[in-house]
Design a protein around this ligand. Sequence first.
Ligand SMILES: [Zn+2]
Length: 302
Amino acid sequence: MDGGRAELKPKEVFKVRRSWFVVHSITLRLYDAHNHLQEERLRPHRAAVMATATEEGVAKMVVNGSCEEDWPEVAAVAREYPQVIPSFGYHPWYVRERTPDWQKNLLRHLDQVPSAIGEIGLDRWIRDPDPQQEEVFAWQLRLATERDRPVSIHCLRAWGRLFDLLQAGPRPRRGFLLHSYGGPQEMVGPLVKLGAYFSLPGYFAHERKRRQRETFRHVPPDRLLLETDAPDQPLPEERNLHPLIDPASGKSINHPANLSAVYHFAAELLGQPVDALASAVEENFQRLFGNLGARTVPVRSA
Ligand SMILES: [Zn+2]
């Protein structure tokens, strides 16, 4: 303290911000377009995490499986929590682990419960990708098209190829989600024409993510979604409203209730009042993820 000027210590600033966020998010219904609630790192915290997420106004979250191993856990969290929209798919990082029955397994999960397809995608950033990565992606995209299911797509360093595949089609009629879109700004327009939605993660609030953040100013308001990607993609420290530790590694992880902080980050970035943004995001979310179709029972041959 100097010259008699009252200054807030960092901790007090944090407290003030936190209560402001909580008060303002109470009336809003928030939609997380992409997270991984089923993950091992969140499991010990799950009940508390879901209670806090509900307090923060999280109405729905799309919980993405990434391989056969975690699909049953995605189905389990969907049975336990009505906020969960389950999503089943093979993530490009885990394609190598697939069993010979992976397609049958995927169909079985999709038939059990109204669900989305994801996380699927293309990734040329990982070392030594599976040579069948593209084929596995294309098969799942075709499946999403045939069943008109919402699909969540991951893409790293493969934007040109992804665009070609999407353009060649077939593509789901309802559109598709490019989660944590980090592709070039110039591709936003052409991707919109193919039916793309783009979800902004809180991670792009980090100073070094300026290019990715700026790209979102060019996303049409009717194609914008928001996501936490919890337990990954944490917000910068000063925006992290719900610090959480993975007990196994002692490392900090992202809390699904940080979704309200993502909404406030997006509202600041786009220069919009948070309630106007929230109602636009709600409409977009319902358009893409609503109406997942009735539970379908697989036809058995006699
Ligand atoms: Zn993800």
